[in-house]
Write a protein that binds this ligand. Structure first.
Ligand code: ADP
Ligand code: MG
Length: 258
């Protein structure tokens, strides 16, 4: 029987890679990572570059296997299995030869959902997310922010039970990023998807998350956990509140201390 309220549970995950030199020794990346994400919760992972955040996503998505440890989705073990998560990778590119609509139905096409049905749900989601007028545009005709929105819709349309979003705003300028936060927070508050989100931006994590895990440098462990109780969606003004300034201090300290 499923007795855990968590949607996703990661238990004691270890991951290492062989050294490039081909030596017998291995480089430890993740060391005893345990975390959980509740149904409808938005959880961020923040940590120094190269600490193993993307590696963790590759493990959760089943693209790679951990050395040790287990992962559960709704109480069922999924360690090493693919097909359970909607994964938006760090360099998640839209196919330039497909228009927005055809990019959005890609995952459904792979799942062999009939084209008509896939098209209807993609158009409905594009409409909901304020992108209907771009359905027949090609990625090359869109701004960076718009392409990113389409990538989100594509990931959401994969119909998975949890979304893994790997630094989706990393390459955007500050203004576009801010617009994206507003757009994302607004649309997610309608859908309440369960999200695990990687960022290196402290303010972004504080604006979007219910909870934040701070990872240490490699070999990565969980150093700290912060629960941000302020209701979502939040506007940037919350960042000037005392509570948020205090959170920012804690996160900065954790990120830059050994
Ligand atoms: P982050 O996303 O936190 O910046 P990554 O998970 O991409 O970090 O990488 C963590 C470490 O693992 C890096 O040192 C990287 O070079 C190494 N690494 C990642 N993937 C592989 C791989 N397939 N083989 C060997 N080393 C890898
Ligand atoms: Mg990464």
């Amino acid at each position: 029987m499923n007795i855990c309220p968590e949607h996703l549970r990661i238990e004691h995950i270890y991951k290492s890679y062989p050294f490039q030199s081909g030596a017998q020794k291995r480089l430890a990346i993740l060391e005893d990572i345990s975390l959980e994400v509740a149904d409808g919760e938005f959880v961020s992972l923040i940590g120094p570059s190269g600490c193993g955040k993307s590696t963790l996503f590759n493990l959760v998505s089943g693209l790679e296997e951990p050395d040790r440890g287990n992962m559960f989705l709704k109480g069922r073990e999924i360690t090493g299995e693919r097909g359970h998560v909607g994964y938006m990778m760090q360099k998640d590119l839209l196919l330039p030869w497909r228009n927005v609509l055809d990019n959005c139905i890609l995952a459904m096409e792979i799942q062999q959902i009939p084209r008509k049905k896939a098209t209807l749900s993609a158009l409905a989601m594009l409409e909901e997310m304020g992108l209907a007028e771009y359905a027949h545009h090609y990625p090359g005709q869109l701004s960076g922010g718009m392409r990113q929105r389409v990538s989100f819709v594509r990931t959401m349309l994969a119909g998975r039970e949890i979304l893994l979003l790997d630094e989706p705003f990393g390459a955007l300028d500050a203004f576009t990023k801010s617009e994206m936060h507003e757009w994302l927070a607004g649309s997610f508050s309608k859908y309440r998807p369960t999200v695990l989100f990687i960022t290196h931006d402290i303010e972004e994590a504080l604006l979007l998350s219910d909870r934040i895990y701070v990872l240490s440098a490699r070999p990565s462990k969980i150093k700290q956990q912060i629960k941000v109780e302020e209701r979502l969606p939040r506007s940037r003004e919350v960042l000037t509140q005392e509570k948020f300034i205090a959170f920012k201090k804690i996160l900065l300290k954790e990120l830059f201390s050994k």
